[in-house]
Design a protein around this ligand. Structure first.
Ligand SMILES: [Zn+2]
Length: 295
């Protein structure tokens, strides 16, 4: 009895071992942190050195959405896209620009210097591990100035990799009609809340959305084209812009599909891009001795 039980256990182990090994090899995870060191090498090769850095933040999202809303949504679309067009996805990253929400509970706001240093060291480390094409997938509107600036600063000193920035791509042609004014639907409003209803419906408290006003208070008046940092607080002191209560799964499904499609197309275009790195190298070389640059 005892012997036959041992025999059946060893047969069972052997058979599951045989059954699982080929499956595990053929299906490489897109999650950086889920790969073994050996599988990571294969994953980078399969991705052709293309990696995603989904970029969220920790901040209030009106009275009805979670603090990590941008991180949860951007990872949802980035992971789905990478499964369609293979790329390695970096772990959770939420160290962006969010000074304007420091007056609200739960906001995690790093200094300007640390934001740039951490992002540079992160992309440097990604590149050292074979990610020669890094797509920063932005999920947070407060990063809209930071990320192109970071990409521009890559020209300062030579790098053997290229940084691409993909903006938020929730809207597209043919989207369902919105119920609220798109001009002020900017943060935790109809559009973003609809997207969250797809990515993490369990964290959306739609009934709480009307508890605060997401209306534009319009308290500073300056000519168009003049920027000042307090503009957001002047308009939306509750850190809520729009009407989350009118969100719908129908709009969310459209937005999720549009965003995933946009990232898939971005991954394909980046994989096909042979020019950016070549031109970067030419530029770095000429930058070393500008007087020799042909005029
Ligand atoms: Zn958000």
């Amino acid at each position: 009895m005892h012997k036959s039980l041992l025999f059946s256990i060893s047969v069972l182990c052997a058979s599951t071992g045989w059954a699982q090994a080929p499956a595990a090899q053929s299906k490489l995870s897109v999650h950086w942190e889920e790969l073994t060191a050996a599988d990571f090498t294969g994953a980078i090769a399969r991705a052709q050195g293309t990696c995603l850095l989904p970029f969220g933040v920790m901040e209030k999202h009106g009275p009805h959405l979670p603090l990590g809303n941008d991180l949860l949504n951007v990872r949802y679309v980035a992971l789905n896209a990478a499964q369609q067009e293979y790329a390695v996805v970096f772990p959770e990253y939420y160290f962006g620009q969010i000074f304007e929400a420091k007056h609200q509970p739960g906001t995690v706001s790093y200094s300007r210097r640390l934001q740039l240093d951490l992002l540079q060291e992160t992309t440097d480390e990604m590149a050292r591990n074979g990610c020669k094409k890094i797509i920063i997938v932005n999920g947070h509107g407060g990063n809209n100035s930071l990320l192109p600036y970071f990409a521009q600063t890559q020209l300062d000193t030579p790098h053997d990799y290229v940084v691409y920035v993909a903006g938020i791509m929730r809207s597209a042609q043919g989207e369902p009609k919105h119920k609220s004014d798109p001009a002020t639907d900017m943060h935790a409003g109809e559009s973003e809340t609809s997207m969250s209803m797809i990515a993490r419906p369990d964290l959306v408290h739609l009934d709480r959305a009307p508890q605060e006003s997401g209306a534009d208070r319009a308290r500073v008046h300056l000519p168009e084209g003049v920027y000042t940092g307090i503009w957001w607080y002047a308009r939306f002191p509750n850190h809520y812009a729009g009407e989350g209560a009118v969100a719908s799964r129908e709009l969310g499904e459209f937005e999720a599909r549009a965003w995933i499609t946009g990232i898939v197309q971005t991954i394909r275009a980046v994989k096909a891009d042979r020019e950016s790195l070549r031109l970067q190298n030419e530029f770095y070389e000429r930058s070393r001795h500008p007087l020799e640059t042909p005029q």
